[in-house]
Write a protein that binds this ligand. Structure first.
Ligand SMILES: [Zn+2]
Length: 67
């Protein structure tokens, strides 16, 4: 039987973030400090505090809370 590798290689495809300051390397959801502030999201390196990623998400409209 010919079992061809029909698929993606293992341990690949996960969005791994790399810190240029201290060479910390980990998946975004596994190790990094993700700070959400309103529409902005900041990804901070837990090793040196370097801001690796910062972006504002203004795609979705902010729901108004009518109290
Ligand atoms: Zn770092």
């Amino acid at each position: 039987m010919n079992a061809d590798a029909s698929g993606s290689p293992p341990s690949r495809g996960k969005s791994v973030l790399f810190c240029p300051e201290c060479r910390f390397e980990s998946a975004l959801s596994d190790g990094w400090l993700v700070v959400s502030d309103g529409d902005e999201r900041t990804v901070v390196c837990p090793e040196c505090g370097h801001v690796a990623d910062h972006r504002s998400e203004r795609s979705a409209p902010t729901p108004q809370h009518a109290d």
